[in-house]
Design a protein around this ligand. Sequence first.
Ligand code: S3P
Length: 435
Amino acid sequence: MKKRTIRPAKTLSGGVEPPGDKSISHRYAMLAALAEGTSELRHFAAAADCRNTLDCMKALGAEVRLDKDTVRVTGHGLRGLKSSRRALDAGNSGTTMRLLAGILAGQAFTSQLTGDSSLQKRPMKRVVGPLRTMGADIRAREDNFAPLEIRGGRLHAIDFQMPMASAQVKSAVLLAGLFAEGETSVTEPARTRDHTEIALEEFGAAIEKHGKTIRVRGIGNNGTTNLQARSLDIPGDLSSAVFFIAAASMFSDANLLIHNVGLNPTRTAILDVFASMGASLQMLSVRSAHGEIVGDLAVKGASLQGGVIEGQQIPLVIDELPMLAALGPYTEQGIEIRDAAELRVKESDRIAALAENLRRMGASVEERPDGLRVEGRKAGQLRGAEIEPHGDHRIAMAFAVAALAAHGPTVIRDADCAGVSYPTFFDDLERVTET
Ligand code: S3P
């Protein structure tokens, strides 16, 4: 429950390298545990969430060795997992729970899957539903919440028209599809991050993509296909880099270089949002790595316009919305977020947490069921305040950034919760700020 004080800054300069991408790290860890042999995963996310995934895969029989930010995972093939004696603990991580549910649905044993108090409040029916249709027997508290009991078994392929735009749901069904008899397809209503598809291909699964439909061929009951161990570099997490993009954008003479950032097109909608608001952003040294795209980002200070974020943009910037909302008071027209009711079932009710903390800093906010409207600069400068992140890493980091241009110091309560995705965030931020 450590507090952290953020003092107003004069500007930002220098270089920063965000930790490895959380979404990609989860997927590589899971697939490496299902592959035959030892995979080497370099620049693996330092996030507590991804440690939970590693611990779960270890409890399921994979060998996991950690050496700084390199992880070596030895798997024993698609049929190589063993049942865990104790419940698998996903901690705070929705991705761990939902993706692992897909894998466990295809195993010939029963698993218990649990998480912390926040994760136990998040909806799981969205994955439980399609996994049951594939043949898994799953029990959930109130038929929707963890702890989950997953009695895996023989699965059959389905053609799943996904009712919501969720990469986690898509991934759960595709991972279950690996173990099913036949070819499983998922059609998404709007684009979401495609790291699972890319990673499945890297590890040698039979996967195809046509428009918004992805198909994966399962091994069935006596299939011989296996995934192969791989040696992979994980790009830095753009969702973590965004806190620095936002921070640098607030100071007219800021000059920041963010190294080695993942630039997968299903993640970069946030850069388009920043560019459309007038941010000064340049991609440098763009290269590809194992199907993913990586580059450096040069950010300079700018006068941000603000604007409305809505519709099909929402799933593509879902994790960046807390930072955008907290930037609202530093923009010309303010920020309005619509169609984002999903924010209420993230690590915290992010709409409520944003409204509460923006008001603590003196912002003018209208909270709505599916978003919020934050008034821009004309409503006055923010003042330092005590921030309550509600255990949510992205709320803590978003307000640490907003605090840099506020009047007076800000205290972030329970600042350690940033470690869920970015354990060294406050030190990295301090290193590039001039006070
Ligand atoms: C993630 C998907 C998103 C995102 C989460 C990570 C993933 O969740 O918010 O932080 O790695 O697949 P949804 O699929 O629920 O939108």
